[in-house]
Design a protein around this ligand. Structure first.
Ligand code: PGA
Length: 257
């Protein structure tokens, strides 16, 4: 059985002080949740990663970053590398979020380079894929998913793909309050898993964890997480408050499949 993984994507929110406060509150609210039930990740902005690491060290909460560059070091003004993230105490890294694709010209090619670099440095990539409203309305959902998945995983071996997390995030559901129905999420997740089985093999497809993201809230968590191919959530807005994120994590830990 795949263990659920709930990650909070804090986006460009929270100062260092606010990060420490929220991370401490989460630690208090989630301390008694056994690590066998669900993996918990928070992804604060770069500026507060080290402070967040100090708070969550030796807790059941792991640290993630929201992006990285694929080179180890060099004259790349403004970028942050995988070794730098490791040094700050990071374990997971979100790659290819739709906001990066939309506003910062991220492509399947850059996503692929970042996924490879993350794996080479022992970070676990959370690779985001998902269609826009226009794509969905034009009947292109599966085509876009195939393009994002095959492009992002290019030249990776099965043992590498087994380590990564894919986050299915329909762009029309992000920050809009419009969640995909559990059936829509399940359909997309099953498509992605079947595609990975076709590209690699059955074991790789079955080990791969696929998160759903897009307006996940305490009220819709159980039904979404109960879908057979939904293995967790990437949570934006609702991860910015301790009560709502904890409630999402706790509801997920109660899901029986
Ligand atoms: P949302 O964001 O939960 O606010 O819709 C999800 C995401 O962008 O990862």
């Amino acid at each position: 059985m795949r263990k659920l993984i709930i990650a909070g994507n804090w986006k460009m929110y929270k100062t260092i002080g606010e990060t420490i406060e929220l991370a401490n509150a989460l630690k208090r609210q989630l301390y008694d949740l056994g690590s066998e039930t669900v993996d918990i990740v928070i992804c604060p902005p770069f500026t507060s990663l080290s402070e967040a690491a100090e708070v969550v060290i030796e807790s059941n909460i792991a640290l993630g970053a929201q992006d990285m560059y694929w080179q180890e070091e060099g004259a790349f003004t403004g970028e942050v590398s995988a070794p730098m993230l490791k040094d700050a105490g990071v374990k997971y890294v979100i790659i290819g979020h739709s906001e990066r694709r939309q506003f910062f010209s991220e492509t399947n090619d850059s996503v692929n380079k970042k996924v490879k670099a993350a794996l080479n440095h022992g970070l676990i990539p959370i690779m985001c894929v998902g269609e826009s409203l226009k794509d969905r309305e034009a009947g292109l959902t599966f085509k876009v998913l195939e393009d994002h998945v095959t492009g992002g995983l290019k030249d990776l071996g099965p043992e590498q793909v087994e380590k990564i997390i894919i986050a299915y995030e329909p762009v029309w559901a992000i920050g809009t309050g419009k969640t995909a129905t559990p059936a829509q999420a399940q359909e997309a997740h099953k498509f992605i898993r079947d595609l990975v089985i076709k590209l690699y093999n059955k074991q790789t497809g079955e080990l791969l964890r696929i998160q759903y993201g897009g307006s996940v809230k305490p009220e819709n968590t159980k039904e979404l997480m109960g879908q057979p191919d939904v293995d967790g959530a990437l949570v934006g807005g609702a991860s910015l408050k301790a009560d709502s994120f904890s409630s999402i994590v706790k509801s997920s830990s109660e899901v029986k499949k």
